[in-house]
Design a protein around this ligand. Structure first.
Ligand code: C2E
Ligand code: MG
Ligand code: MG
Ligand code: MG
Length: 278
């Protein structure tokens, strides 16, 4: 009886695995045609400096409007693009579009673009970035690259040199998703990023600004020790804003201020007064 049950469970498991594989390979083929077609677009989310009460940056976020499935989250298709290697083309496309869009904004507003660690493995990121800057004509000092810490792992000294070269161009380097990746903090000494972005999973736990949130405090303390300014992402409530501000976090991003929006909406947003909540 137990054997029968196990076999049954295995059959279910195998079917689920197969479904997942089918879904992923479909997604992969669809990604290729999406890049050829016109199914990707960018949305933009403002980043605000509290002390100056102004928009200092905008994060570019890729969107995929799939012909039959509708909108698919980057959390679903970016890993597929990383796996297949398509991320190099996709990443270059995002960067080019983002730099072109930034031309329409005030010069004080920088554009942040996410670069997958996989791009460093598969591509010459320095060459790709400098060529996009050249063709788009965007000054390097207006570009921020958001990179996760895994770029510094796996005996990656070539990546360290690439980061240094990008920095020498005057590009701002942001350590993205800080706090959720790896247990080891030793990589923090390997390269000094210009900014740390605390992952939204830490912010979402904050409900009462009077409570203490030890992990968030520790992360802020560490950022201070490393002399890296901090951006908190995923701010959705005034309580969360109050709390991160009380800990000295000056840069914020989240639905509470603005959701990711189209470039037309962004131009509108930037030309109107900031929301009263700030
Ligand atoms: P990320 O780089 O950490 O980007 C921030 C994510 O948080 C975005 O999700 C944004 O829409 C979301 N977010 C911002 N404020 C709030 C908030 O107040 N509440 C909530 N619940 N969410 C908020 P999105 O656009 O779905 O992107 C997810 C992830 O996909 C990104 O995380 C990034 O890792 C990746 N991604 C997006 N666009 C690109 C891209 O062009 N290239 C690469 N390599 N990765 C990308
Ligand atoms: Mg990011
Ligand atoms: Mg990211
Ligand atoms: Mg994040």
């Amino acid at each position: 009886e137990a054997k029968k049950q196990a076999r049954g469970a295995y059959r279910v498991f195998r079917q689920e695995m197969q479904n997942l594989l089918d879904k992923t390979s479909h997604l992969h083929m669809d990604l290729i045609s999406a890049l050829a077609g016109d199914e990707f677009f960018l949305e933009f989310q403002p980043i605000i400096q509290l002390s100056k009460r102004c928009i200092v940056g905008v994060e570019a976020l890729i969107r995929w409007n799939h012909p039959t499935r509708g909108m698919i989250s980057p959390a679903e298709f970016i890993p597929v693009a990383e796996e297949s290697g398509l991320i190099t083309k996709l990443g270059a496309w995002v960067l080019r579009r983002a730099c072109e869009a930034a031309h329409q904004w005030p010069e004080t507003v920088k554009v942040s673009v996410n670069i997958s660690p996989r791009q460093f493995e598969l591509d010459d990121v320095y060459r790709m970035v400098s060529s996009v800057l050249l063709t788009s004509g965007l000054p390097a000092k207006r570009l921020k690259l958001e990179i996760t810490e895994s770029v510094l792992l796996s005996q990656n000294s070539p990546n360290l040199q690439t980061l240094q070269d990008l920095r020498d161009l005057d590009i701002t380097l942001v350590l993205d998703d800080f706090g959720i990746g790896y247990a080891s903090l030793s990589y923090l000494d390997m390269f000094k990023f210009d900014f740390i972005k605390i992952d939204k999973s830490f912010v979402s736990r904050i409900s009462n600004p009077e409570d203490r949130h030890h992990v968030f405090e520790a992360v802020m303390g560490m950022a201070k020790a490393l002399e890296m300014p901090v951006t908190a992402e995923g701010i959705e409530t005034s309580a969360q804003l109050k709390y991160v501000q009380s800990l000295g976090c000056d840069f914020v991003q989240g639905f509470y201020f603005a959701k990711p929006m189209t470039s037309t909406q962004l131009l509108q947003f930037m030309s109107s007064p900031l929301p009263a909540v700030i």
